[in-house]
Design a protein around this ligand. Structure first.
Ligand SMILES: [Zn+2]
Ligand SMILES: [Zn+2]
Length: 170
């Protein structure tokens, strides 16, 4: 369960030149302690083996003892990645989180943000975007974001991965 983000007009292109990266539902996280409840650590949050019976995940985080908030699909990050939850991430207590995996390098992103005239028109016909011309980020469902909105969305992900920078993936 995840959502890919691209530079506008390039949502079918998984080249790291245009694919910003992917946000994925990443299990329970204690936002107060800043720690995943995955016993194996952040690197293993997406690899829970089938039939896991508590070997992979804490039911509650032992350090603070807080129990997970009961979340509906409208509140959980699984729901977010499925399109049921449009709320900003709440950042207190133990609740579900999303991870962010970069595809584009920080240098490339910085360059594009500083040179938006290179991307403010359609890559197929060159026409300037007529609607929301300042929204130059697009997710795989066609929803549009400004760079500022995109950065907020990344900031909401407490776990970030850079091991796929420069890699084609989706
Ligand atoms: Zn805690
Ligand atoms: Zn066009």
């Amino acid at each position: 369960m995840g959502t890919n983000y691209y530079i506008r007009g390039h949502s079918n292109d998984d080249s790291p030149d245009w694919h910003l990266g992917k946000r994925s539902a990443a299990g329970m996280y204690c936002f107060d302690c800043g720690v995943t409840l995955c016993k194996k650590g952040e690197d293993q949050i997406h690899y829970t083996p089938p039939g896991d019976r508590g070997e992979w995940w804490h039911e509650q985080y032992p350090k603070c003892g807080k129990e997970p908030v009961n979340e509906s699909l409208q509140e959980s990050t699984a729901g977010k990645e499925l399109g049921f939850n449009d709320e900003p991430q709440k950042t207190t207590g133990v609740r579900s989180c999303s991870s962010w995996s970069w595809a584009m390098s920080q240098d490339r992103l910085k360059y594009l943000m500083e040179n938006t005239e290179e991307i403010d028109n359609c890559p197929c016909c060159g026409r300037q975007w007529q609607d929301y011309p300042n929204k130059l980020v697009q997710d795989e469902y066609g929803r549009l974001f400004t760079f500022h909105e995109f950065q907020q969305l990344i900031a909401d992900c407490p776990v970030k991965f850079a091991h796929s920078v420069g890699v084609y993936f989706s």
